[in-house]
Design a protein. Structure first.
Length: 64
């Protein structure tokens, strides 16, 4: 996300789409899903989030 934040500062006109959801039970602990969609939007400057089905696990999901 930090790299996307930097690249956005260099190329602000480029639209960013990220796949920031779809929890795979074997690859990630549930605690790791508490912030990833919000970070994709706020730090990664995503204009679009692919799927986003795991937003229910976010801290303060209604603010997403």
């Amino acid at each position: 996300m930090k790299m996307l934040d930097y690249l956005h500062s260099v190329y602000p006109q480029v639209l960013i789409s990220l796949h920031a959801a779809s929890w795979l039970r074997d690859s990630c602990r549930l605690e790791g899903l508490r912030f990833h969609i919000r970070q994709a939007v706020e730090l990664g400057h995503a204009e679009r989030i692919g799927h986003g089905v795991d937003v229910m696990y976010e801290d303060d999901a209604t603010a997403c």
